[in-house]
Design a protein around this ligand. Sequence first.
Ligand code: C5P
Length: 369
Amino acid sequence: HEIPPTICGMPLKYVSLVTLAVQNAALSIVMHHSRVSTPPSQAYSPALAVLLNELLKGTISFLIALSRVPQVAERPWGRMSFGNIIRELPYPWTAPFWYLCEEILGPDCWKLSIPAILYVVQNSLQFVAVSNLPVASFQVTYQMKILTTAGFSVSLLGMKLSSTKWLSLCLLAIGVGIVQIQTSSIGSAPKNLAVGSAHDSAPIHFHVMSPLKGFGAVTAACFTSGLAGVYFEMVLKNSRADLWVRNVQLSLFSLIPALIPVLYSTPHISSSFLHDIFRNFGMWAWATVGIQVLGGLVTAVVISTSSNIIKGFATSLSIILSFLASVILFHFRITPSFIIGATAVLVATWMYNQPSTPSKEPSFPNSGR
Ligand code: C5P
């Protein structure tokens, strides 16, 4: 029996779940604020934020993986004959670096290309969604991820769902629907009065929100989240590679799709290229990127120590946190229909996470489960 990993004496599994809940609440609030609080002419580039997220996450994952090399170094060298080169190196202390490079560029690294592209698309859609919906509506609607994750777990992993779980999924859809109906009334607000929340007396923001666009983006993001999450879990639990090596591979494959929109949005590569792409990239933009990086790292830990399904439960907790924060920060008034919809989502999340018979959980041949 392996001893479960701990952090400051507490089980990593629970620390990561709580951190993810807090991170989720903080991300939608900070990201929403960073997008709606400035006029469009002063908006920062979301494509750059997605790229920086991948760069930072990849670098941190690489450093963590590097620090773990001595623990995994019993494995034989030489898959790409790096091992032979390393033995001849004049600087032996660089050996862990080369060893890690060999791991990262291993023959099955291509498997991460699929979730990598999906996550870049998802991270970009998230910016569209959060810029066009009030924070709490975004949070609740994004819970449809549970539905898509279940759908992909059934179709890709051959998982079977109990009737309670199907019932909870229907309740989830109804709850999300109720919230959606009440939020679409924002669309009837005067067009010249851009709004930042569902309530008439809310502070006026510069950004005109389009709930239809927001819901479209959040729905698409739910699909990429479900598919990418289940795929990542499958790759992780069907192989013995280190989580942090997998994360570096994920970030590496994300760099190309993340870089294309940044280059596309800057027609001339001149000496002021960096200055141009970083224009308006202020404190709130950096805060958004920082919280996203944390989220990516913690999500990876949660998928590896728990599962995508348990992750859904943790993020549903974050709805409560962001409700409270939205009331304080954005003068968001919680309407009765919002309470009914959100309650349905929370009850559904709770029902979905009730333990069922072990045989109904997805099985991963090499995971020991
Ligand atoms: O909403 P969801 O839980 O699907 O979001 C996952 C987020 O975590 C995405 O932003 C994705 O880029 C990130 N992630 C990551 N590394 C992983 C898994 C997810 O950075 N291994």
